[in-house]
Design a protein around this ligand. Structure first.
Ligand code: MV4
Length: 664
């Protein structure tokens, strides 16, 4: 086995490969751009080399530098991960030429799948089902029109040089064909430098089902079940799963065997994926082959119990496949969600920023997190905005979905916008639970996927107040000399009835709250309603009871930005600094003793209705009398001292229940 390999990649896939390599006792050389000097993959590797500035074209795509470093460091093989150089024939050839093993297929196999029409010709010859249509060299408009008529409508024009959904055009009727063809050819010439077209029958409700294949250097091949990746957005996969729901054993076997035939037809070696369009009637058609380890490979690992990177390393070393076809078994169901830095509310605009708060679900046999970032990392414009892959497993699909929903609720990020709430809505949507999957899933169910917040604004504001006040309290205690009588600047713990004004901005709306604290309980006044709140904060975990409703949530308050996490959703607000000081409620007097002294007169009794400003108690200290006045209209509910008693500063003298506002 190799003793040292180089990983020509970054992010989660670099980390994931390092993990397996280390488990197998293989040393790992990482490469990194200037932007990634402190990245997780660099820290995990045994050694790492800087390969240039942040842009990929100047770093992770510099095959010359990477091969130089492999030679210098003594790495025997290069794992390209996915993306970057993974499907670059010249890079695979350059590795070969330098006596470095490329952990992937031979360059000829990569090249064979590079052209759509050539790939289809190879697959046709190998007996792999193709969508009915035309993929010939004769590109004259007359021939194409005649083929279109044979194929029937609606049909799909696909650019031979396209891929990943680029260069496709649906034609509904023969009358539209000539114009559509001319436009499609123009576009493809501009986009890919090649105007050639394929014609295919257009499947209106297909699913994307792909087979994981593996071949060793002796030409043996196996398939490791399938993945359903139908839930996509603009040809970006969002949720993937294994096995594909509803696929019959027969279809699975037929598709698997077709995929292995496809791989063997191009003398494939290593991990590959054969993508099929799967139609409602159970028929399937070759779409394309990906000649690399794919992003979504973990769902296959979860259901087969195999480590595909380990398989890649063994096959690249020349070992036979670890299992024969009859030994490949699947168990249970796995789902993967791709957590992206993007804003679903702004048409999924990629987001950047600092991951100032990052908390991930606990990993177990049910939950796996593949990520390349840690708290405090920057999500930059330079690379793919994927933050992590969240993978779950359970015995049944339904249980796996529950696991996914729960794990997404435990994935908390502040500082960068993410699609977590969108993924949560997606996984939890009834049509998804019912496996009503097609490639149009997201467009067909938009109304379910952008849900209203589950927390009502008032409750969210009360929780926000609790979080802010508790965090201030904890900071005060921590930052203060415990022996100093002046340590506590505020009178928070003195059971006084101060009203703390708190201004919170949510979107465009500014909410002015007033918070009274008493005996470690709060009364929060929001927009004419009063909420009773008790709360405690342990680091980022707030346990609150609001009018008898117990809610436990996590949050992050950083400078003036507060984010609360609730059932996969976030509530965000800005906390205004200028109101941090204490204010006296109603501006007149207070119900606690302003100084050490004696109670000389009590001018109210329990049950009295009093009005704001009315004198309730008279105290004497240093031979001066002080009037203690009602802060608001209300009813006296308790008197804690009698005339003649000595009291200490801050002691509560009298309790009043405010009567001017309805209690919610
Ligand atoms: C199709 C199709 C319907 N009929 N071909 C899109 C990406 C490219 N690899 C193939 N694609 C499609 N080809 C025929 N004959 C529908 C799609 C398609 C699609 C396929 C897989 C996953 C998502 C998709 C989203 C839109 C369209």
């Amino acid at each position: 086995m190799f003793s040292k390999i180089l990983i020509a990649n970054r992010g989660e896939i670099a980390c994931r490969i390092i993990q397996t390599a280390h488990r197998m006792g293989i040393r790992v050389v990482a490469v990194y751009s200037d932007a990634d000097a402190d990245a997780r993959h660099v820290a995990m590797a045994d050694e790492a080399f800087n390969i240039g500035p942040a842009p990929s074209s100047e770093s992770y795509l510099r095959s010359d530098k990477i091969i130089e470093i492999a030679k210098e460091s003594g790495a025997q093989a290069i794992h390209p991960g996915y993306g970057f150089l993974s499907e670059n024939t010249q890079f695979a050839e350059a590795c070969e030429a330098n006596d470095i093993v490329f952990i992937g297929p031979p360059s000829s196999a990569i090249a064979a799948m590079g052209s759509k029409s050539a790939a289809k010709a190879i697959m046709e010859k190998a007996g792999v089902p193709l969508v009915p249509g035309y993929h010939g060299d004769d590109q004259s408009p007359e021939t194409l029109r005649a083929e279109a008529e044979k194929c029937g409508f609606p049909l799909l024009l696909k650019a031979v040089a396209g891929g990943g959904g680029k260069g496709m055009r649906v034609v509904e009727r023969l009358e539209d064909f000539d114009d559509a063809l001319a436009a499609a050819k123009r576009e493809s010439k501009n986009a890919f430098g090649n105007p050639d077209m394929l014609i295919e029958r257009y499947l209106t409700q297909p699913r994307h089902v792909e087979i994981q294949v593996f071949c060793d250097q002796d030409g043996h091949g196996v398939y490791l079940a399938e993945r359903d990746c139908s839930v996509q957005r603009r040809h970006q996969k969002v949720l993937e799963e294994a096995p594909a729901p509803g696929l019959s054993e027969e279809t699975r076997k037929a598709m698997g065997e077709a995929a292995v035939k496809a791989a063997q037809a191009i003398n494939y070696v290593g991990a590959g994926t054969v993508e099929f369009l799967y139609d409602v009637d159970g028929s399937f058609f070759f779409m394309e082959m990906n000649t690399r380890l794919q992003v979504e490979h973990p769902v296959t690992e979860m259901v087969t119990g195999q480590d595909l990177v380990e398989w890649q390393l063994k096959v690249a070393w020349g070992e036979p496949l670890p299992l024969e076809q009859s030994q490949v078994k699947t168990r249970g169901h796995a789902l993967e969600a791709r957590i992206y830095a993007e804003d679903p509310d702004q048409d999924f605009l990629p987001a950047t920023g600092n991951l100032r708060y990052l908390s991930t679900p606990d990993e177990s046999v049910h939950v796996r997190v593949d990520t390349g970032v840690t708290e405090g990392d920057e999500i930059s414009i330079h690379y793919d905005p994927m933050i992590a892959k969240l993978i779950v497993w359970d015995e049944t699909r339904d249980q796996a979905i529950n696991r996914m929903v729960q794990a997404l609720e435990h994935y908390r990020i502040a500082g960068v916008k993410t699609n977590i709430r969108f993924l949560h809505a997606l996984a939890d949507a009834q049509p998804f639970r019912e496996a009503d999957l097609t490639t149009g899933f997201i467009d067909d169910h938009r109304e379910l996927l952008f849900p209203k917040s589950k927390l009502d604004t008032h409750k969210a504001l009360v929780l926000a107040a609790g979080f802010v006040l508790e965090q201030r309290k904890s900071r005060e205690v921590v930052s203060t000399d415990p022996w100093s009588p002046f340590g506590r600047q505020n009178s928070w713990r003195m059971n006084s009835e101060y009203a703390q004004p708190l201004k919170l901005q949510v979107g465009e709306d500014i909410h002015e709250l007033k918070v009274l604290e008493r005996d470690d309980r709060y009364q929060v006044h929001v927009g004419g309603s009063v909420y009773n709140l008790t709360s405690r904060l342990d680091d980022d975990y707030l346990q609150a009871v609001i009018n008898g409703h117990r809610i436990s949530i996590h949050g992050n308050l950083h400078n003036d930005k507060l984010v609360l996490f609730y059932e996969g959703d976030t509530f965000q607000c800005t906390v205004y600094r200028e109101t941090y000081g204490l204010e006296e409620m109603a501006g007149e007097g207070s119900l606690s003793a302003p100084m050490n002294g004696a109670v000389v007169a009590i001018q109210a009794k329990v049950g009295d209705t009093v009005t704001a400003g009315q004198t309730l108690v008279i105290m004497e200290a240093m031979k001066m009398e002080h009037a203690i006045k009602a802060p608001a209209d209300g009813v006296v509910t308790d008197i804690f001292f009698a005339e003649g008693d000595q009291v200490s500063e801050g002691a509560d003298l009298i309790a009043i229940e405010a009567s001017d506002e309805e209690v919610a």
